[in-house]
Design a binder for this molecule. Structure first.
Ligand code: AGP
Length: 609
């Protein structure tokens, strides 16, 4: 993930300080690397390093840098570790173009081979470096700028926004295949950025850059290239923003922003993981004598869902165990044929790392799943897959959970294909269903949020509660309860629906809350509905979470349950899609109860010891 901020002065003024300010406002998008390119007298100057923009600016003396055209970037590493070489901007061989990007180029591996064969030099492991060379060829062949929309759509695949500075003309170009990208204007400036909030105070008007457009800004004006020809700036809206929300991109809390980023994060995960590595991961799962999934907290819940995926789609039954428990009784069975699949968003969780050291000593192969490619988990792993959700700043994990689930589902699907359990068409239709689910979720989010707010009001007076489910969504009951505790200090317990009458039911009465996540297996759902009736009869406040259009969900609403409905999706995607209503319920309850949502007491983002 990355934050892009570019500026062109219409009068030749210095824009470097405002690009630095723009990058500071984009820090929530990552601070592993920062960089800036300026064009001066037709020549490109690039300054970049590791660390946040303020640190890099001090180190490289950017306060002395001048330029009337500048393009900056702040980076969260997903392709290539957070080293100075992998920092954006990336330049072409002729040092005419400086490229920055957000998202991933999913055909990076193929493109890399092609540009190397064509004689280009690559100096990094960043996927956006190949873009500089693909564009260089287009400029050299005289295909730019008119043919750029076609060049981008023909050559580059993935979910990304890209901007580049052409030093020879002092122009900045920008385009997107999905991530938000904005064009801003004032009497003095033209701006491009991944956030309209970052433009606060600099732009008076703005508009979103649309898919298929390539926008070019220079001191002379704006040109918009589409496959059909060249147009002008287009219609702009006034930019009126609440300045207090600038650092969180318009949201009151990071947790809320991160929940609203879930659909985009799913697309980032989908386009980021390279097929070659997914195939290797799948081989590790199917080729192992035994598979252990180790993790903590939310990542452990993701691992539990993965065991359902692996069991059904691959015929592999992994042992899922807390990384804290793993060294106590499981190490004896670990050997050279074992695969330890370690999941950790931060990649720095102490129990995960110490378990891995032990497992490695015994010859196990380590498959790491992490959101931080610079982490020790990534370094310890024989193979790691990046979650690619972008930085997560709120302590309660949200978008990294849904993206981890997706990544594990992708591994299971790929393994299923390798084993001949599903054919290529099925695989492709399941991948298409993921993209469609992400799109629908994005559209539905405001509605889901408003229903979650109402449900939060319903349970806000309760002294505690359960989150109940069964089957594929049972781990969501545990995760929903964890989110309620963290974000709202609401005491909740996750219960497997089949266990409800074996004890937990005893506490259900007036003043108690029960959240039912409607199971996706018909048989589990049928066994769960009577429990909802029992909870309502006992006087509990009941919330039902499920797919819209499910008639039983409507029946539960008639019986008095507060319903939070998510867009219907394929059964396997239920843990991903239904996690969001639970996250919003926890967030809205925390907001109502005035909890310190992003930083709950005693908790840290990574439990390193
Ligand atoms: C999630 O909301 C929690 N903050 C916590 O349980 C977390 O998932 C756990 O500490 C594991 O973290 P990791 O994924 O970084 O290893």
């Amino acid at each position: 993930m990355g934050g892009i901020f570019g500026a062109v002065s219409r009068s030749g003024g210095n824009v470097v300080p405002l690009v630095v300010t723009g990058l500071e406002r984009l820090k929530y998008r990552g601070t592993d690397n920062s960089g800036i390119a300026v064009a001066r007298e037709g020549r490109l100057e690039v300054y970049k390093d590791t660390g946040p923009i303020d640190v890099v600016a001090r180190k490289l003396g950017l306060d002395k840098l001048q330029g009337s055209v500048a393009l900056g970037h702040t980076r969260y590493a997903t392709h290539g570790r957070p080293t100075a070489e992998n920092a954006h901007p990336h330049v072409d061989c002729g040092r005419r173009l400086a490229v920055v990007g957000d998202g991933s180029i999913s055909n990076y591996e193929e493109l890399k081979d092609k540009v190397l064969l064509n004689g280009h030099r690559l100096t990094s492991r960043s996927d956006f470096e190949v873009v500089a060379h693909v564009l260089e060829e287009a400029f050299r062949e005289g295909r730019a700028p008119e043919a750029l929309p076609g060049v981008l759509s023909e050559k580059l695949q993935g979910f990304f926004a890209v901007a580049f500075l052409d030093a020879s003309t002092g122009s900045i170009y920008a385009a997107t295949t999905g991530p938000q990208l904005f064009l801003g204007a004032s009497r003095e400036l033209f701006l491009v950025s991944t956030s309209k909030y970052a433009m606060h105070g600099f732009a008076e008007r703005y508009r979103e850059v649309r898919r298929g457009e390539v926008v070019r800004v220079s001191s002379e004006g704006v040109e918009v290239y589409t496959g059909a020809g060249v147009g002008g700036l287009g219609e702009l809206q006034p930019l009126h923003l609440d300045p207090s929300l600038v650092e969180k991109n318009g949201y009151k809390h990071h947790m809320l922003r991160e929940i609203y980023e879930v659909p985009e994060s799913l697309m980032r995960t989908l386009s980021s993981v390279q097929k070659k590595y997914l195939q290797l991961a799948a081989r590790l799962v199917t080729g192992a004598d035994n598979v252990y999934i180790i993790a903590n907290g939310t990542s452990l819940h993701a691992g539990m869902v993965a065991s359902y995926y692996f069991s059904e789609l691959v015929g592999v039954n992994p042992v899922v165990v807390s990384a804290a428990e793993f060294p106590l009784y499981y190490l004896e069975n670990i050997g050279p044929g074992s695969l330890v699949l370690a999941i950790s968003q931060s990649g720095e969780t102490g129990d995960v790392l110490s378990s891995l050291y032990e497992a490695k000593l015994r010859g196990a192969t380590i498959l790491g799943i992490t959101n931080y490619v610079g982490s020790r988990l990534a370094r310890l792993s024989n193979l790691y897959l990046p979650i690619a959700a972008g930085p997560e700043l709120a302590v309660p994990a949200t978008k990294t959970f849904t993206s981890t689930l997706l990544l594990l589902y992708l591994v299971a699907l790929r393994a299923s294909r390798q084993e001949g359990r599903i054919d290529e068409d099925t695989l492709n239709s399941k991948l298409a269903a993921v993209a469609e689910a992400a799109r629908q979720l994005g559209e539905w989010l405001p509605k889901v949020d408003s229903e979650a707010s109402k449900a939060a009001n319903e349970v806000s007076e309760c002294r505690g509660g359960y989150v109940v489910s069964r089957g594929l969504t049972y781990p969501l009951a545990l995760e929903g309860a964890l989110k309620l505790k963290e974000a709202s200090y609401f005491h909740a317990e996750g219960v497997e629906a089949g266990e409800f009458k074996h004890g937990p039911f005893v506490l259900v009465e007036k003043g108690f809350g029960v959240v039912f996540v409607v199971p996706v297996e018909k048989v589990s759902a049928e066994a769960t509905y009577p429990l909802v009736g029992m909870a309502l009869e006992a006087g509990a406040k009941v919330v039902a979470v499920g797919f819209a259009g499910d008639q039983s969900l409507e029946a539960l609403s008639e019986k008095g349950a507060a319903v939070v409905a998510a867009p219907p999706a394929e059964r396997h995607l239920a843990p991903i899609v239904l996690a969001v209503p639970l996250q919003l319920l926890a967030y809205r309850l925390g907001e109502r109860l005035s909890r310190p949502i992003d930083s709950p007491r005693y908790l840290t983002k990574a439990v390193t010891q």
